[in-house]
Design a protein around this ligand. Structure first.
Ligand code: AP5
Length: 221
C-alpha cells in the first residue's frame, strides 16, 4: 500500500491513518507529527534547532512550513526499513511543489503512488472537529469533546482517570481560519493534479469513524 490521504484540517486523515496502520501494517507518515516532534525538541534550549524554531513559527500561525524542511523529513522517513513495505502519507504533499518533489523521489526509489484519497467534509463540521479535539499528553490518544468525549471523570484507556488533555495550539479558532484558507489556496490544486494522474479517489468523510473507514477501504480496493 503506497497512498496519500488528502483533505482539509480536521477531515479525519490522522484518525483513519491509524485504522489503516492496524489493518494493513504499513506505517503512517504524518508531516504534522514529524514537525511537532521537531518543535517539541526545540522547546528545550539545549536541544533547540533552527529547523524546529522555524517550523514552530509557521505552525503557530497556521501557515505551511517551508518545503525544504518538509521534503528533507519525508526523504529521511521513506528511507527507513518499515517504509519499504508501503506507507500512508498523511498531510503530505500539501502544495504542487511538494507533489512534484514526491513524484520525483518515488520514481527514483521505483515505488510510485498507488492511490490518493480525498476526504470531503463541510466547513462547519471541520471547524467543530478541530475546536473539539483534545489530545492525551502522555500517550497521544485523540479525543473530541463533541464526537468522542473522554467521559466523566475524564478517562484514557492507556493513562487512567484524569488524563492530561491538551488542545493543539493551532486548534484555536483564530488559527483554524488561517489553516482552512491555506488549504483552499495551496492544497486544493492537488485534487486536479492527482485526478489528471488517474490516482484520485473521493470519499464522503461525514460519518462515524467506522463508516468512513469502510468507505476508505472500499475506495482502495
Ligand atoms: P497536520 O498535523 O497535518 O494537521 P492538519 O492537516 O491540519 O490535519 P489535522 O491533524 O488537524 O486533522 P486530521 O485530518 O488528521 O483530523 P483528525 O483525524 O485528527 O499539520 C499541522 C501543521 O503542520 C500545518 O498547519 C502546517 O503548519 C504544518 N505542516 C504539516 N504538514 C505539512 C506539509 N506537508 N508542508 C508544510 N507544512 C506542513 O480528526 C480531527 C478531530 O475530529 C479529532 O478530534 C477526531 O477525534 C475527530 N474525528 C475524526 N474522524 C471523525 C469522524 N468520522 N466522526 C467524528 N469525529 C471524528
Amino acid at each position: 500500500m503506497r497512498i496519500v490521504l488528502l483533505g482539509a484540517p480536521g477531515s479525519g486523515k490522522g484518525t483513519q491513518s491509524q485504522r489503516l496502520v492496524e489493518a494493513h501494517g504499513v506505517p503512517q507518515i504524518s508531516t504534522g507529527d514529524l514537525l511537532r516532534e521537531a518543535v517539541a525538541r526545540s522547546a528545550d534550549a539545549a536541544t533547540a534547532t533552527p529547523l524546529g524554531l522555524r517550523a514552530k513559527a509557521a505552525m503557530d500561525a497556521g501557515k505551511l512550513v517551508d518545503d525544504d524542511i518538509v521534503l528533507g523529513m519525508i526523504r529521511e522517513r521513506l528511507a527507513q526499513p518499515d517504509a519499504q513495505k508501503g506507507f500512508i502519507l498523511d498531510g503530505f504533499p500539501r502544495n504542487l511543489a511538494q507533489a512534484a518533489a514526491l513524484d520525483a523521489l518515488l520514481a527514483e526509489l521505483g515505488r510510485p503512488l498507488e492511490a490518493v484519497v480525498l476526504f470531503e467534509l463541510d466547513l462547519g463540521i471541520l471547524f467543530k472537529r478541530l475546536t473539539g479535539r483534545r489530545i492525551c499528553q502522555d500517550c497521544g490518544r485523540v479525543f473530541n469533546i463533541y464526537t468522542s468525549p473522554p467521559g466523566t471523570p475524564p478517562h484514557c484507556e492507556r493513562c487512567g482517570d484524569h488524563p492530561r488533555l491538551l488542545q493543539r495550539p493551532d486548534d484555536r479558532e483564530d488559527v483554524i481560519g488561517k489553516r482552512l484558507e491555506v488549504f483552499e489556496a495551496q492544497t486544493k490544486p492537488l485534487i486536479e493534479f492527482y485526478r489528471k494522474a488517474g490516482l484520485l479517489r473521493v470519499i464522503d468523510a461525514d460519518a462515524d469513524v467506522e463508516t468512513v473507514f469502510q468507505r476508505l477501504e472500499a475506495a482502495l480496493r
